[in-house]
Structures are given as C-alpha cells and as structure tokens.
Design a protein around this ligand. Sequence first.
Ligand SMILES: [Fe+2]
Ligand SMILES: [Fe+2]
Length: 394
Amino acid sequence: MSQLRFDDWDDAPAATQPAPAATPARQASPAPLPAQAGAAAPLAGTTPAAAPRLPAGGISLAPINPEDKRVVNGKADINQLAPFKYPWAWEFFLNANRNHWTPLEISMAQDVHDYNHKLTPAERHVFENVLSYLTTSDILAMRNIGLAVMEKMSAPELQIYQARQVYEEALHTWTYQHCIESLGLDQKEIYNRYRVVPEIHGKIALANRRLERVMRSDFDLTDRDNLHEFALSYLFFAGIFEGCWFYNGFTPIFALQRRGLMKGTAEQLQYIMRDEVLHCAFGIRVVRQLLQEENLTLDPVQVKALWEEAEAAESAYAGYILREPILGYNADLHRDQFRFIANRRARQLGLAEPFPGAENVLPWLDEQANMRKEKNFFETRVTEYQTGGALAWD
Ligand SMILES: [Fe+2]
Ligand SMILES: [Fe+2]
C-alpha cells in the first residue's frame, strides 16, 4: 500500500505564486478574473506603503482588543487567534497534541487469548458492557462538543482546543471499534446493547436529554434562562459525563489489567483517559469563566438534581455490569468511587460537594490515570511514540 505524503495534499500552484510584497494591496484590489488568477505578479511594483487602506467589505482594520473576547456572545473577530484572552486554552491545545497515538500501535494479541481462555463469564459480562457503554458515549461526547458547544464559543482559542477534542472523541470511537474487531465481538449486538439494556440506556438517555436542549439552532444565549441551561449542560458533560462517568468508567477494565488481564484494551483506555482528563479540566475552566463573565449563579436546586440523577443512573449501571462481583472489584466500590470523584469535580467547579464524606476506595485509580511512560508501564506498545512519552500529568 502506498504511503500518503503530506505534500500530496498541497494544491497550491508552485510556479505561479504572486510576489509576497503584493499581498497587502490585494485586499483593496478588484478580484482578478479567472483568466488573470494565474498570471505572474499582477501587482508587481505596488508597495505596501502605496496600498490603499480601505478594507474590502467594510471590515475594520483595527486589531482586536482581547478584552472584547467572551466565552459566548462575544463581538471580537472570531477569525483572529491572538492576542489571547484565554492563554490557558492555547496551552490546553498544545498539551493535547502531546498525547497522540492510534489504536493500531497497541498489540491486542494477548487480549484475544485472555478473552477466550482466561476471563470468567462474569468478567466477560463486565468487559463487554463497559465497551458497549463507552462506544455509544464517545459518539455522544463528539456530538456535544462539536455540534452543541463549539459553535457557541466566541473566542477562537476556545474553539481551537474544542476542534482537537472533536477529533479525539472520534479517535476514541475508533479505539473501541478496534478492540471490538480485534476480539471478534458481535458488532451488531454490542453496538445495540445501549438500546436494549435499560441500565446502559439510562445514562445515555440522560446525556441525550441534556444535549438536545442546547443543540437547537434557535437556542439564543442572550436569553438568561438559556444561558443557565447551557452552563448546566456543559457542566454536566465536562464534570460528570467526562469527569466522572468516563474517569470512573474505565476502572472495571483497569481492575482486570491489575491482575494481568486484557492489558492491551486497558492501555488503549489509559490513552483515552489522558484525553478525558484534559477535556474535563478544560470544560470546567470554561464553565467557571462563563459564570464569571456573565455574572451567572447556577441554581443550587438544579445542580443538586444534576448530581442526584447522575448518581442514580451510575448506580443502576454499576448494578447491571457488576451484577456478579469480579476479583478485586464490585458494584459498591464503583458507586463509592463515583461519589468520591464527583466531590472532586464539584470542588473544581467551585460548588459544594454533593456527597460529603465519600471515600477514595480505589486509590490506584488516580495512579492509573497519571501513569507515566518512564515507569515502563506501556510494555505492550508495539511501537514507541515520540510525543506520547514526553508527558507529565502532575
Ligand atoms: Fe472520549
Ligand atoms: Fe471527552
């Protein structure tokens, strides 16, 4: 198979590039006729100093004031990246690009053997249902950030990171599909499971309801009620859907990994988890910024209801996937850890802890999320990846 080259995608005509000095003046010049478009240096001799300053289309030539940028409803030019108002958003983008992998780089060979010869029926039940939930969830996560959130942002540095996030959610979906294919699971059955298992469907339906409310094309964020709804929805997706349900959702498979089982899948999930940690942190930061800029206070009754319905859905899900405990993991541990992580997300959001007194019953989970390459943990990786090894997650 021939390799794609990046320069295969460059359709710029190399021999007929206009002289760089002509570029400023082209703004004020009539568009060249198609027959003239390829002519060499049509504005040769025009200097920037002599170029008219009148903008095409009446657009102001004044540089933007970064203080005019806002998370939503901003008036600053969305096409001008810098100066930044939110430099931390750009840092998120740079950090995200240091965690790059594809699922094809991680060997799944041992997992095929483990799945067929080592897992008990209860462990297979856990494994398949976690994958089934995750595949559907990441499609939802992609639609949320790409279709409901990103288009409402009015600062380009926020959108740039979210564009990367959209790609990462698609990469995660590919990763689950790769695991499902590698193990020879029945795709029709696995992908359909969220529609027929009420305990999986409950979590997906809850997220879908949040998404549908804010994804409408006529959703006007100058309306305070809508703004509140949007903030709650973003809080739900960043703080709960990604920050709790994903973060804590990988743990049943990490529990297998800790016993030397399904290590390829688990390593794939560790790479995904690194992305999700950033998605959660970024989303929480945006929500806090939004609340501050808009002088908006979340309704504590609605926030409380959000945590409670998330806990109820997660508890039912844990009861189903872990209807039989597996060695080192059970439904109560899963529920307790959800509450502990939920408290952490609430603190990060500047909100009261929803589950006071919840304990860190799985202290190894954070270690699993923050695992570093230099600890030689990723022994199953087929190829070394240059940027993946350079991460520090403290
Ligand atoms: Fe994801
Ligand atoms: Fe995500």
